[in-house]
Design a protein around this ligand. Structure first.
Ligand code: PAF
Length: 293
């Protein structure tokens, strides 16, 4: 596996691969790899001849007071894991190369970014869309893979790809969970033992919601469901709801009743320090992402 630190070197290598007719798959990440990331890399391995993983803690997607300065980072550790996962190129650029002095352009996806995480993180998805657009232009991949835990992010990227005519295919990978159900996330590393135990309220909420939908059948009022889920979370020590919403899986607009296309998305703050997200389809299917187009 090759570690590449500059855009020039990256461009040189991917251009050569393209001219040899190789299919290039990209997995964008911010590092501190866990099994969730490794599954995305494995999926890319199965669909592409060359796998590029980007590792860049993107400063413009963090808001004031968020965890940019403490986000976990260990390049040697991640290099070893990526190499084992069969990655061909790990692209780990410096922030000054991605955002040189004078940088002033932003990509904005309007409607999909208003609710859910966008409500409490107003600049987040603009930062994500901007860096992902830059990565697509730099790597020129034929396909890119994102995790479904960040469901809204995936929806925003799909929309951006359609709207800006990026010529690549986007794939979602189902949420990868720990054996007790906690969705894998680099931010789980912030949790102490007790918080880790309490963080299971996210998965408990999801299971509860699925059972409630199964029992209630169609036309369950969303408030009935979300009130119960909020109660589960807010009565767990140290845990507070940021949001619990049932939305249409394509438009991300809130639903009044649980419907065929409904999904539940939630964000929980633990000890006002760690913010975790999770989601589920409510029709009891595993995957929450529409078929790849
Ligand atoms: O999901 C992430 O790790 C990041 O938001 C991404 C897509 C790599 C953009 O910085």
């Amino acid at each position: 596996m090759k570690l590449v630190r500059t855009i020039d070197e990256l461009t040189h290598i991917v251009k050569a691969w393209r001219s040899e007719g190789k299919i290039i798959g990209l997995v964008p990440t911010m590092g501190w790899f866990h099994q969730g990331h490794l599954s995305l890399m494995e999926m890319a391995r199965g669909r592409a001849d060359k796998v590029v993983v980007s590792l860049f803690i993107n400063p413009i997607q963090f808001g004031l007071g968020e965890d940019l300065s403490t986000y976990p980072y260990d390049l040697d550790r991640d290099m070893q894991l990526a190499e084992k996962a069969g990655v061909d190129l790990l692209f780990a650029p410096a922030a000054e190369d991605i955002y040189p002095v004078g940088f002033q352009t932003a990509v904005s996806v309007k409607n999909l970014t208003q609710g859910l995480c966008g409500a409490s993180r107003p600049d987040h998805f603009g930062g994500v869309a901007t860096v992902v657009a830059k990565l697509f232009n730099m790597v020129q991949p034929h396909l890119a893979i994102f995790g479904e835990k960040d469901y809204q992010q995936l929806a925003v990227i799909r929309q951006m790809v359609r709207d800006l005519n990026f010529n690549l295919e986007i794939f979602g990978h189902p949420i990868v969970r720990e054996s007790d159900g906690l969705a894998m996330s680099s931010r789980n590393s912030y949790l102490n033992k007790e918080e880790r135990r309490h963080a299971l309220c996210l998965h408990r909420s999801i299971q509860y919601a699925k059972e409630m939908v199964e029992k209630a059948g169609p036309k369950l009022p969303v408030v009935k469901l979300t009130d119960e889920v909020k109660r589960i979370i807010n009565t767990t020590p140290g845990c507070a709801v940021d949001y619990v919403e049932v939305v249409d899986k394509d438009t991300l607009l809130p639903s009044e009743y649980v419907e065929k296309n409904s999904m539940m998305a939630l964000a929980v703050k633990i000890n006002d320090r760690v913010r975790l997200i999770d989601n589920t389809r409510l029709d009891l299917k595993e995957s929450v992402v529409p078929d790849n187009k």
